[in-house]
Design a protein around this ligand. Sequence first.
Ligand SMILES: Cc1cc2nc3c(=O)[nH]c(=O)nc-3n(C[C@H](O)[C@H](O)[C@H](O)COP(=O)(O)OP(=O)(O)OC[C@H]3O[C@@H](n4cnc5c(N)ncnc54)[C@H](O)[C@@H]3O)c2cc1C
Ligand code: FES
Ligand code: FES
Length: 486
Amino acid sequence: MATPIHFYLNDQEVHSDAPPGLLVLDFLRRRARLTGTKEGCKEGDCGACAVLVGTLLNDAVHYKAVTSCLMPLGELHGKHLVTVEGLNLPDLTPVQDQIVIQGGSQCGFCTPGIVVSLSGMLLEKGPAIERADIKTALSGHLCRCTGYASLLRAGEGIIQAAQKLPRSSDGKSRVEAMIDQGMLPAYFQEMPAKLKALTAGRPAPGDGKIQTGLPIAGGTDLYVQQGEAIPGQSVAILNLHPEMLGIRRDGNEIRVGALTTFEEFAANAQIQKALPEIRQYMHWIASLQIRNRATLGGNIVNASPIGDMTILLLALNTRLTLKDGTKTRSLPLKDFYQGYKQLAKRKAEIVSEIVFPVPAANMRINYEKVSKRKCLDISSVTSAARITHRERTIVNIDLSLGGVAPVPLYLQQTGAFLTGREITSATLAAALAVLQEEIAPISDIRGSAAYKRLLARQLILAHFTKLFPEYLSVREVLGAVGFVNT
Ligand SMILES: Cc1cc2nc3c(=O)[nH]c(=O)nc-3n(C[C@H](O)[C@H](O)[C@H](O)COP(=O)(O)OP(=O)(O)OC[C@H]3O[C@@H](n4cnc5c(N)ncnc54)[C@H](O)[C@@H]3O)c2cc1C
Ligand code: FES
Ligand code: FES
C-alpha cells in the first residue's frame, strides 16, 4: 500500500492512500466528488482544471495557480489544495462579481478555472496587480463562447477592488485583508498553523530519500506523454525534495536546483541580473499555469530538440550535476545529448543541479523563438547566443539551435568559425554557409525542412543585429546574405 499523503483540500484535512501518481484532477472529480474543477483537454492547454496550490514558507502560505490535470497527487503532501469550491463565500467574491457584471461567462465551463487563476493573481500581487497581470493570469485559459474582452473588463474591476488591500507583500497580512474585504473565506487565515501541525511528525513519503520509480518533476511532459499509465506505476515525486530547489550565486557561478520552475527562474533577482530579458522570454513560453509547474530539470531530461529552456541553457555553457544516491558527477549540458532522446545518463541518475557561469561584462546574450503562434506555442525553431567580444572581435561564442536536429543542438562548427573574427556582415554571410552544413532539419507539423533552414539563418542573424547594432544594421546584413538589395 502507498504511504499516505497528508494535505488540506480547501478547509478539510485529507489523509489519502491513493496512488501518488494519480492526477490531482482525477482525485478531485472522481474521489472527492468536487466537480467544480473541470476536465477539458487534460493536456495543460485549456485551464479548465486550474487549482491553487499553497506551500508553507516562512510562516506564510504562498499560492500558485496550476493545471491539476498534469499534477501528481503525491506532491500535495503538506500543502494546501484550493479548488473553486474553496473560494466561495455566501456572496460573490469581487472576482466572481466582476465576471458576472461584465458578462464574462456564458456556458460557464471555463469559468471556475478562470476564477481560480484570477484569485491566485490577486493573492500574489494584491494592490500591485496590473492589466498585464490579468492578461498573464488569463493566458492559460480557453473560453469558447464568451471571448476575452469581457474578461479583460472584469480584470479592470478586480484591479479597482485590489486598491483597498495593503501594500505590504507579507502573505499573512494580505490574506487577513482579503478576508476582511470579502475576497477570501476566513479559513485561509488558519492555514499556516494547520499546515505546520499537519506535517509535524509526518515525514513526506520516501522519508527524505528519492524513491525508486519513474521520476516526476512538474509532470507537464510526462502526463501528456503517458497520461493514464502513470497512476499504476511506482513513481519518485521529486518535488518532495526541497534540496533540489533554490537559486544561489557561488563565486563566479549560478547554481540552480533542477526543480526550479520556469516562473521561479524568471522571478529570481540573480537570474534577472544575468539575463535582463528573461521576463520577455517567458511571454513566448507556455502559460503561467504551466510555467508554475514546468521545471528546468524536466525540460533538460525530456530532451525535446525544441525545449526552450534547454536551448537557452546550452548557450550559457551550462553544466549538470547528476546524482545517484550519494554519488555525484558533473557533465557539460552539450555532452548530455547523444541522439534522439538518448542521454548520457544512467537510469537511476537524477539531474539535481544546473550550473552556469555568471555572465562577464564583455558578454552579450540573446534568445530568439519562432512558433506558429507568437505566444503559448511550441517552437518551430529556437536559438540562443552568448558572445564574448573585445570591441568588434568575437573572443568566444556559444550558439544553440533547436528544431534543426534530433537533439537540442550546440553549434560547435559555426561557433568555431566565428571565434576570433570581426563582427561584419561578410563574416556573418560566411558563417551562415557553415551553419547550413551543420544542421539537418526535417519537415514536420512545425514547418518544412526548407522553412526551418530559413528560420535558423534568420535567428542567427537576429542575435547579431540585436546584440551589436553599433556594428551592423539589419539592412546591411540582409544585403550581404542576398536577402535584399542594398
Ligand atoms: C500546455 C503546454 C505547453 C508547453 N509549452 C512549452 C514551451 O513553450 N516550451 C517548452 O520548452 N516546453 C513547453 N512544454 C513542455 C514542458 O512544460 C517542459 O518541457 C517542462 O520543462 C517539463 O518539465 P517538467 O518538470 O514538467 O517535467 P516532467 O514531465 O516531470 O518530466 C519530464 C521527463 O524528465 C524526467 N525528469 C524530470 N525531472 C528530472 C530530474 N531532475 N532528473 C531526472 N529526470 C527528470 C521525467 O522522468 C520525464 O522523463 C509545454 C507543456 C505543456 C503541457
Ligand atoms: S484540462 Fe485542460 S488544462 Fe487541464
Ligand atoms: S463561457 Fe463557455 S467556454 Fe467560456
